[in-house]
Design a protein around this ligand. Structure first.
Ligand SMILES: C[S@@+](CC[C@H](N)C(=O)[O-])C[C@H]1O[C@@H](n2cnc3c(N)ncnc32)[C@H](O)[C@@H]1O
Length: 277
């Protein structure tokens, strides 16, 4: 049978994902193929590796190669106060509801370098409820978590982040929450106190905590509909009645079986409220 090079690469990608799964237990088999394919192609081109299948013996035998490939397969792009309008709506419309709970538990799933968790901490602080809030921030990427725990960001990005913060209706100046040291901006340790960073894989691990809010923004966009459905079910189990599920602006609940358990709270910023049942 004749195969063109594109079809052969598709086979190679499937075999690579199988090797990652069987050798290391990380399951990317239900991630959207287009994005995975682009990432892997980008990686082999950059590293001057001849073919996708050349990655297979390395993933099986080479100590430390998984870490390198994971950084490529899991997209770490994030920003402090990413989508400022989301934080503005969160502050104005979601927080008044959260304030009625004695303890505010928030799960930031797929937290990357902690940008989302620290943005939330700042909003909660400015609204006077940080002391009674707990933020659980999870990711499967250990390296991202290490960075997140350190709370150190490049000063070169702070101008953009300050702009985001202003647009999100921040009450002060973003620089109030960071100390600058040798080109790095370090988050105020008081804002780290109520954040727990943990390893959690949305594919293979179950419910992480009971939460009043789950944020899973710009993560499920890389999943196929089957996996997305399963993960939304996990969140639904986790979110208390009347709690919130916040997705990325390009994400939605259309194909999910649990969608009927939510009402739309903010259409633009993809905030859903779990119904009282
Ligand atoms: C594009 S970033 C989004 C970060 C942040 N939520 C935001 O919106 O800026 C996607 C994150 O999801 C994480 N991720 C991907 N697959 C995951 C999984 N199965 N379990 C947990 N985290 C995952 C990646 O490691 C990465 O940190």
């Amino acid at each position: 049978m004749e195969y063109n090079s594109n079809e052969i690469e598709k086979i190679e990608l499937e075999l690579l994902l199988e090797a990652v799964w069987q050798r290391h237990g990380y399951d990317f088999r239900k991630y959207s193929r287009n994005s995975l394919y682009r990432r892997v192609k980008h990686f082999i081109t950059n590293e001057k590796i001849a073919s996708i299948s050349d990655l297979i013996p390395r993933i099986i035998h080479e100590e430390g190669f998984l870490r390198i490939l994971l950084n490529e397969l899991t997209i770490q792009v994030s920003e402090i106060f990413r989508d400022p309008g989301f934080y503005s709506v969160f502050r104005k419309n979601v927080l008044p509801v959260l304030k009625t709970w004695p303890i505010i538990r928030i799960w930031s799933a797929g937290c990357a370098g902690g940008e989302e968790a620290y943005s939330l901490a700042i909003v909660l602080h400015e609204e006077g409820v940080y002391q009674r809030s707990l933020i659980y921030a999870t990711d499967l990427n250990e390296e991202a978590l290490k960075q997140a725990r350190e709370g150190i960001f490049s000063v070169s990005k702070m101008r953009e982040y300050s702009g985001n913060y202003q647009k999100s209706d921040g009450k002060g100046s973003l620089s109030d929450y960071f100390t600058v040291n040798y080109g790095s901006a370090i988050i105020d340790s008081n804002l780290r106190k109520n954040i727990v960073f943990s390893m959690h894989n949305l594919v293979s691990d179950g419910i992480f905590t009971e939460a009043n809010v789950v944020l899973c923004r710009n993560v499920m966009i890389y999943f196929n509909s089957d996996l997305k459905n399963k993960v939304v079910d996990t969140f639904t189990e986790s979110i208390s009645s009347g709690g919130f599920l916040c997705l990325g602006t390009k994400e939605n609940l259309f194909e999910c079986t649990s969608k009927t358990r939510y009402s739309e709270f903010d259409r633009k910023y993809k905030i859903f409220r779990k119904k009282f049942e």
